[in-house]
Structures are given as structure tokens and as C-alpha cells.
Design a protein around this ligand. Structure first.
Ligand code: C5P
Length: 232
């Protein structure tokens, strides 16, 4: 899997996302489309961005009974996306169902990754509300292993977890890591952050970067800086 910088296009309309992407004249960044933009604009936004030549990570985090996930993934496979995801908490049967639905007739499919525990779920909440009585890092690694056994390609994880995921699941198991900030930049609401250079150092395969690029005075320069630091 190639190392790449994925820009989180957390905009809520076609106009805003195109105004942003129009700034890129010489490169076609890999972009992440999340629930907000997808629910606002529908599949058309995916087709439009794809038509412009971008790779797309469709971040919809599916979590339902296996049959529904298989059918939903079949629809998404027709959108020609490059990466998408599910919640590992949906169990192996659901993850296997996701792969089944996502695999096209010619045998190809987008990269499929799993969300383990959301970074917004603290160990305390996991214990008190979800009744999961193990240390959170153990849960994250166990979910990552379940995803691997189910045939998925990798996980979304914090940059701090990427190294351990590779140790447990192997180096070819993809780690996609948000929570990236420039050394001299604002952290915002992210808590556990790493610079693109540090994320490279610990072996992340893809970094997901939103505001440090989308809110920069010069987004193209910020993107290039990320690529220079992370891909080299
Ligand atoms: O703007 P920022 O760089 O913080 O954006 C990070 C992106 O990664 C957002 O789209 C956010 O939803 C996503 N993300 C995250 N933490 C996770 C999973 C996804 O920040 N654990």
C-alpha cells in the first residue's frame, strides 16, 4: 500500500468542496468524504469528485446486521471509491459481509478498513456504558486482529497506536491515522496528535489531515508540506 496524505474534506456543500479542490492545479490529492457531505449531497458528490481524478476514502463507518451491510457495500462498490470503512464492533460476520458486498464482479474492491474504538470513547465510558472490562489498548488491538481475520485491509487508529497495530497484525495491515498537526500549528480539539514526520517515523500508511490543510491560508502549500514531511 502506498503512503499518502488524505485530506479530510469536512465541508457541507458541493460549492464549498469544489471551491477548495479548485485551488489544486498541479496535484490531485486523495480526499476523505464523511457523513456530513455525503448525507448533504448524496452519491453525486462522490461521482463528481471522482470525475475530477481524485482518489476517495468514503468514511461512512457502517455498522448494521451483516445482510444490510453487504447490500449497502454493494451499492458503494458501484461508486468507484478507493477506500471505505465499517465498525469492527459489528463483529466478524458483518465485516465478512462487508467484503462480500464490496467485491466487484472482476474481483477488485476498494480498501476496507475498520474503526476499532472511536477516539471519543474513553476507557471509563467503555467500561461503564459498554460494559467492556478490558484496558482500551487491548480492546483496540483485539478489534484490529478481528478485522484482519475477517479479511479487512487495516484499521483507522491514532498515530500512537499504529506501531503496535503493525506489530500485532503485520506490516502489510494498513494503518490510517487522523490527529495530525504541524509542529508549529494549532492543535484544536484533537488531543493526542503527531506531526506528519512523526507519523512517518512510526509507520502510518496513510495520514488523514483536515483543518491544518483546509483552514490554512495557503491550503496547497500546507498539503505539499504534509506530503514532504510524510512521504518524503
Ligand atoms: O481537522 P482534523 O485534521 O482534526 O480532521 C481529522 C479528520 O479525521 C476528521 O474528518 C475526523 O472526523 C477524522 N477522525 C478523527 N479521529 C478519529 C477518527 C476520524 O479525527 N478517531
Amino acid at each position: 500500500m502506498g503512503k499518502d496524505v488524505i485530506i479530510a474534506c469536512d465541508f457541507n456543500s458541493t460549492e464549498e468542496v469544489f471551491a477548495f479542490l479548485d485551488k489544486f492545479k498541479d496535484e490531485k490529492p486523495f480526499v476523505k468524504i464523511g457523513m456530513e457531505l455525503f448525507y448533504a449531497e448524496g452519491p453525486a458528490i462522490v461521482r463528481e469528485i471522482k470525475k475530477r481524478g481524485h482518489k476517495i476514502f468514503l468514511d461512512l463507518k457502517l455498522h448494521d446486521i451483516p445482510n444490510q451491510v453487504t447490500k449497502a457495500m454493494k451499492v458503494l462498490s458501484n461508486l468507484d471509491i478507493d477506500m471505505t470503512n465499517v465498525h469492527a464492533a459489528g463483529t466478524a460476520a458483518m465485516m465478512e459481509g462487508a467484503i462480500k458486498g464490496l467485491t466487484r464482479e472482476d474481483g477488485t474492491r476498494p480498501i476496507l478498513i475498520a474503526v476499532t474504538q472511536l477516539t471519543s470513547t474513553s476507557e471509563e465510558r467503555m467500561k461503564n456504558e459498554l460494559l467492556i472490562d478490558h484496558p482500551i489498548d487491548r480492546v483496540v488491538m483485539h478489534y484490529a486482529m478481528n478485522a484482519k481475520k475477517s479479511g479487512l485491509d487495516g484499521v483507522v487508529c491514532s498515530p500512537l497506536e499504529a506501531k503496535k497495530v503493525h506489530e500485532i497484525c503485520g506490516n502489510s495491515f494498513v494503518t490510517v491515522t487522523p490527529g495530525v498537526r504541524f509542529a508549529d500549528g494549532e492543535v484544536g480539539d484533537q488531543v493526542r496528535v503527531m506531526t506528519p514526520a512523526q507519523a512517518k517515523e512510526i509507520g502510518s500508511d496513510y495520514i488523514v489531515v483536515g483543518r491544518p490543510i483546509t483552514q490554512a491560508d495557503d491550503p496547497v502549500a500546507a498539503y505539499r508540506r504534509c506530503v514532504a514531511e510524510f512521504v518524503g
